[in-house]
Design a protein around this ligand. Structure first.
Ligand code: PGA
Length: 237
């Protein structure tokens, strides 16, 4: 099984030229990697970036209809895009996503043949209150409710407190969470780690924490740093 290294650009960069520049640099620097690399830019750049696997950062749970401002899984699939991130904590926090809407999105995206990076993770408060496992179990079970075939799903463990903070989750703690999540998915389901991944810490998640890939936010906007992260995953296995 190849490791999956996904770049989550979030709401960056502000223009097409900038997106093309980073993308071309990433393309060049990961050319010979044995890992699976996916770039997830804002929707609007998906049709113009070519030559690496792409992912959307979100989707809606209906294919067409009166849903102003939404983008459907069918539209994403039609562009030749392979992946979609669903349930990212920023969507849950700022855009009202719940386990229920995440589940609807997963079901619809799978139905059109998209591969999914399904994000789960506990907040700082939940961690402090000792509720991490409870939260992970709820998110994974409700997100995957009525999903019969999870072959096209990778789960990304992203502790919310570690995202964008520079405070990445320790290897031992990540391993505990990955081992815990593993019991609710298949033996060969990829479980990624995300949250302040940098080239200095990336290899350890694969080598020591048992992650089968990484979801990289901030560091994926720097092609050189992202390439180092991809490389660390290859060296690590
Ligand atoms: P970060 O983001 O690497 O900037 O912490 C990860 C993510 O939100 O997917």
């Amino acid at each position: 099984m190849k490791n999956l290294i996904a770049a989550n650009w979030k709401l960056n960069p502000t223009n097409q030229k900038g997106a093309e520049d980073i993308f071309e640099q990433i393309k060049k620097s990961v050319k010979n990697t044995a890992e699976e690399v996916v770039v997830c830019p804002p929707f609007i750049f998906l049709p113009v970036l070519k030559g690496l696997a792409l992912g959307a950062q979100n989707c809606f749970y209906e294919d067409t209809g009166a849903f102003t401002g939404e983008i459907s899984p069918a539209m994403i699939k039609d562009l030749g895009v392979e992946y979609v991130i669903i349930g990212h904590s920023e969507r849950r926090k700022y855009f009202g996503e719940t386990d229920e809407t995440v589940n609807k999105k997963i079901i619809k995206a799978l139905a059109v043949g998209l591969k999914i990076i399904f994000c789960i993770g506990e907040t700082e408060e939940e961690r402090t209150a000792g509720k991490r496992n409870e939260v992970l179990q709820r998110q994974v079970q409700q997100g995957l409710k009525d999903v019969v075939d999870i072959d096209n799903i990778s789960v990304a463990y992203e502790p919310v407190w570690a995202i964008g903070t520079g405070n990445n989750c320790g290897v031992a703690e990540t391993k505990e969470s990955i081992d815990f999540i593993r019991q609710f998915v298949k033996k060969d389901t990829r479980i990624l780690y995300g949250g302040s991944v940098k080239s200095e810490n990336s290899g350890d998640y694969i080598k020591e924490a048992g992650a089968n890939g990484l979801l990289v936010g901030g560091a994926s906007l720097n092609a050189e740093e992202f390439a180092k992260i991809v490389k660390s995953a290859s060296i690590a296995v």
